[in-house]
Design a protein around this ligand. Structure first.
Ligand code: ZN
Length: 141
């Protein structure tokens, strides 16, 4: 399997069997919203953030395959990281999906979104959940 097919398979797996998707807001999680009107993606993110560390992320919402898969991947990539580590990873993910030079070694499944750089119209879909967390952390202690 070449990398393009492998990446496509990873994205489809996350879309059909999302990680950390929940039906209701977990107790004491911070609720965040992200939307991408150009595609119709609407997300709620639930974050367990305390002591400068993202302990856990869950989500709910509706959106296209790229958006939902990217959110599922994001919840796994960022859990357990400090605020600084999250911001570094989000920054590299943004570069990755823009086709800019990024530190790909820090990613697990998120590397599958490298191909998004060929579809600039999908950038907002792939980046929505990552941007939502980034904006929250930039305003938090
Ligand atoms: Zn979308």
């Amino acid at each position: 399997m070449d990398s393009e097919n492998l990446y496509r398979q990873i994205i489809l797996d996350h879309y059909s069997r999302p990680h950390n998707r929940v039906e209701s807001v977990p107790d004491e999680y911070i609720e965040l919203h992200g939307s991408n009107p150009s595609c119709g993606d609407e997300l709620s993110l639930y974050v367990d953030y305390e002591g400068g560390k993202v302990h856990d992320i869950k989500f709910n919402g509706s959106g296209c395959a790229i958006c939902c898969a990217s959110t599922s991947v994001m919840t796994k990539e960022l859990e357990g990281l400090s605020k600084e580590e999250v911001l570094t990873k989000v920054d590299n993910f943004e570069k990755l999906i823009k086709g800019e030079e990024a530190d790909g070694d820090i990613f697990e499944d998120a590397i599958a979104f490298a191909g998004t750089s060929k579809f600039p119209a999908r950038f907002k879909c792939a980046f929505l959940s990552w941007k939502t967390i980034e904006e929250f952390l930039e305003q938090s202690n």
